[in-house]
Design a protein around this ligand. Structure first.
Ligand code: ZN
Length: 408
């Protein structure tokens, strides 16, 4: 008997012999798991790492939510699927446009391919902004915690989600928004047993609470309980993250920010350069739109090399690359990044102009992501993983490959 395989985005995936659950824990710096295990509150995760697979992987840079979630479900980097942030500057339109619409997707997902081939699919995300991208052209169940009460058969492949899960719809800024994802995953596995399920949380807790803090450990203890139930139901579980998370503040608790638009305005004149922060999204309360990645558009190519040299001299910068260098190094679509890509160091973020960031909503010292410093993420499985070359650089978007080709 031959094992059925599917080809998606130039990779092949074996058909599942048992249900597969891929979990993307938003902002899960590896230290969160270490700390929760050390505190004794994550016995299931401890067991997965001890008797399954305990790996680390590199996420996509910019280490943001959407580019990485789309990489995980397509098994490919942004150069292939096209989503490299929440915003880019459309030169033809002359304006910043949001990349949340599925029309910007350039590749199909592995999830949709399995659904088309007859597998039962379920996708649950915390925030609704990701749902349409993840569920693009996918038959099956796909809904968000945020809008769980609005799910319909026609739009989401399911109705009565709130009754099924037995939890009220949580606030969009809460740990419960992620808990709802796990609780829904467990109920769906128990009632419908999907062949392939993708669960994606939100990093509300990780933006506020460092590894080992009471709030962080409580989050991972919660998660552990649901993972135990999925494990007990016989699923293969692969857990990874979209990106890590680091402190981005000064000793006094104020954010450590390079206001790059202000810097460039001072050097070259007001708005000659245009700084775009692709982390910007409608939910900025917990990070003030501040991350460690920015892209800069110049009015003409000739200025670019000189600008790169000068920006490299700004304290707190880690990498300043031309469009071509950045597209190659980070596997990004060149037409959706600026002339210059700027990455700041571990504890520094990049802003536009000080006047354009409302930091009054930051209740605790800033923690954020976006840079190379948040690239390391966990990649763990509840079953042993075989056939991985020792020298292979693992990526978070190998999660489906690990689950389908190496863990069964
Ligand atoms: Zn994220």
């Amino acid at each position: 008997m031959t094992v059925k395989t599917l080809e998606v985005n130039a990779r092949s995936y074996r058909w599942m012999s048992r249900p597969v659950v891929v979990v993307c824990v938003d902002g899960c710096e590896p230290a969160y798991l270490d700390a929760a295990i050390a505190a004794g509150v994550a016995p299931t995760i401890a067991r997965m790492r001890a008797s399954g697979a305990d790996l680390l992987a590199d996420c996509v840079v910019p280490s943001f939510t959407n580019p990485n979630n789309l990489s995980i479900v397509t098994g490919a980097p942004p150069a292939v699927h096209g989503i490299c942030g929440n915003y880019f500057f459309d030169r033809e339109l002359g304006q910043e446009v949001m990349m949340n619409d599925p029309k910007y997707l350039r590749a199909g997902t592995v999830l949709a391919a399995f659904a088309d081939a007859g597998a039962k699919l379920a996708v649950v995300t915390a925030k609704d902004k990701l749902r349409k991208l993840l569920g693009h052209r996918m038959k099956g169940i796909c809904f968000s915690s945020e809008k769980a009460d609005q799910a319909t058969i026609e739009e989401n492949g399911i109705e009565g989600v709130v009754e099924l899960v037995g939890m009220p719809v949580p606030s969009v800024y809460s740990a419960e928004l992620s808990e709802f994802v796990f609780a829904a995953g467990v109920k769906l596995m128990a009632s419908r047993r999907p062949d392939l399920m993708y669960l994606s949380t939100t990093d509300y807790v990780q933006h506020k609470a460092a590894p080992g803090s009471p709030a962080a450990n409580a989050f991972y203890a919660m998660m552990d309980g649901y993972l135990a139930q999925l494990d007990a139901m016989g699923a293969t579980i692969v857990l990874t993250a979209d990106h890590g998370m680091n402190d981005k503040h000064n000793a006094d608790g104020s954010p450590q920010v390079i206001y790059l638009q202000d810097v460039l305005d001072g050097w070259y004149g007001k708005e000659v350069a245009r700084v775009i922060l692709p982390i910007t999204d409608p939910y900025v309360v917990h990070h003030g739109a501040l991350g460690s990645f920015a892209t800069v558009y110049a009015p003409d190519e000739a200025r670019v090399p000189g600008w790169i040299e000068r920006i490299r001299g700004v304290p707190g910068m880690e990498l300043v690359l031309s469009r071509k260098e950045a597209a190659e190094r980070f596997e990004l679509p060149p037409d959706r990044i600026g002339d210059i890509v700027v990455v700041s160091e571990r504890h520094t973020v990049i802003g536009t102009s000080a006047s354009r960031h409302d930091l009054s909503a930051l209740e605790v010292p800033l923690r954020s992501h976006g840079g190379v410093s948040e690239q390391r993420v966990p990649l763990i499985c509840n079953r042993p993983v075989t056939g991985i070359a020792a020298n292979r650089r693992l990526r978070n978007f190998d999660a489906l490959d690990i689950a389908l080709n190496h863990a069964q």
